[in-house]
Design a protein around this ligand. Structure first.
Ligand code: NAP
Length: 342
């Protein structure tokens, strides 16, 4: 049964202060870990970082003013352990973290993947929760600094000894990262995991990028200048995405030209036709059956050859040159570290 429910305002009396007396260990200081740790600290919560001592991410945590310890030391005294490690390593790392944790502590995930697909099988009497921000760590941090937040999904897999207290801790954590300013939506590990994978594969990260690359390649093959092809089919995505985000698809549609609107009606369903929808359903079945999970874990065990090959191919694609050329004209674009975008 697919379920979701917005956490009611009355429950939001559990603000970040509900965990202000708790010790929080953030394990892993990458995309999400850094944003969670910084936002929580600025919400008045005591945070310690667990990492591989001497690694680049530990050095970053120290530079940001955190105490960084070995994973197992960091979790030993914590009341809430936030696992912000890549999903593929949870199966190997989480059992050891779990053994080192206080039995009354809560283990928190940012995505339900490893628990839902059984890479990590925590005992039923221990508290396991999920706070999944609906966006990358950079957005989580930027919105927080702007006084806003991004919505998070929240789920309790096992409530532990005190289920009410376990959920209150998860709500406090969601508040601490700024999601209380945006929206906290209750769901289950299963629904979070499967909708997240489907959305990122068919739309956000897989479908959208293939659509952009295909459109760019067609225009260039037909003799149009790469800079025009890039500007139209890639760069402008953000303007349209912002309109959709702010106003919905119907609202975006009323903000574009009549020509664009008619073209969308005329061509959109020919591009995304029933054969595409059938393949999108295949992708969902592949996720639901656990076959996708098996492939990503197998790739990770072999040193991630598919991921590495794709990263190289993407970096070497000719459209990246057109992208650099365009971004050079936009001096306000910045990398995460504040340097000018290449
Ligand atoms: N990225 C997103 O946009 C996003 C959005 C929502 C949810 N999530 C979820 O957030 C979680 C973390 O994702 P992420 O993208 O933030 O991960 P990430 O940036 O790839 O995580 C990097 C961190 O994990 C550590 N790490 C990597 N392999 C390790 C290992 N074998 N043992 C110990 N530490 C290891 C790294 O330490 P070293 O420096 O020592 O290598 C580094 O501190 C995942 O569950 C993901 O699904 C991510």
């Amino acid at each position: 049964m697919i379920s979701s429910e917005i956490v009611a305002n009355s429950e939001l009396i559990y603000g970040a202060e509900v965990i202000s007396d708790k010790r929080v260990a953030v394990i892993g200081y990458g995309n999400q870990g850094r944003a969670h740790a910084l936002n929580l600290r600025e919400s008045g919560i005591s945070v310690i970082i667990g990492g591989r001592i001497g690694s680049i991410s530990c050095a970053q945590a120290l530079a940001d003013g955190f105490q960084a310890q070995d994973h197992l030391q960091a979790v030993a005294e914590a009341d809430l352990v936030i696992v912000s490690l890549p999903d593929e390593v949870h199966g190997a790392v989480c059992p050891t973290l779990f053994e080192a944790m206080n039995p009354t502590a809560v283990m928190g995930f940012l995505h339900g993947f490893s628990v839902h697909f059984g890479q990590f099988k925590p005992p039923k009497d221990r508290a396991i929760v999920l706070v999944a921000p609906k966006g990358p760590g950079t957005a989580l941090r930027e919105r927080f600094l702007q006084g806003m937040g991004i919505p998070s999904l929240l789920a309790v897999h096992h409530g532990g000894e005190n289920p009410k207290q376990t959920e209150a801790i998860a709500i406090g954590w969601a508040h601490g990262i700024g999601s209380g300013r945006a929206g906290i939506i209750r769901t289950t590990f299963r629904d979070e995991t499967e909708t997240d994978l489907f959305g990122e594969q068919t739309v956000l990260c897989g479908g959208l990028t293939e659509l952009i690359r295909s459109a760019y390649e067609i225009l260039v093959e037909e003799g149009y200048p790469p800079l025009l092809a890039y500007t139209e089919c890639c760069h402008e995505v953000k303007q349209i995405a912002d309109l959709i985000c702010d106003r919905g698809i119907a609202g975006m549609s009323s903000a574009i030209s009549g020509t664009a609107r008619f073209g969308a009606i005329d061509a959109g369903p020919r591009v995304i036709d029933s054969s595409v929808r059938a393949r999108m359903k295949d992708v969902l079945r592949d996720i639901q059956s656990g076959e996708f999970a098996k492939r990503i874990i197998a790739d990770a065990h072999q040193g991630s050859p598919r991921v590495i090959a794709d990263r190289t191919a993407a970096a070497n694609h000719p459209m990246e040159d057109a992208g650099r050329q365009l971004r050079a004209m936009l001096p306000w674009l910045k990398n995460v570290d504040g340097t000018k975008s290449p």
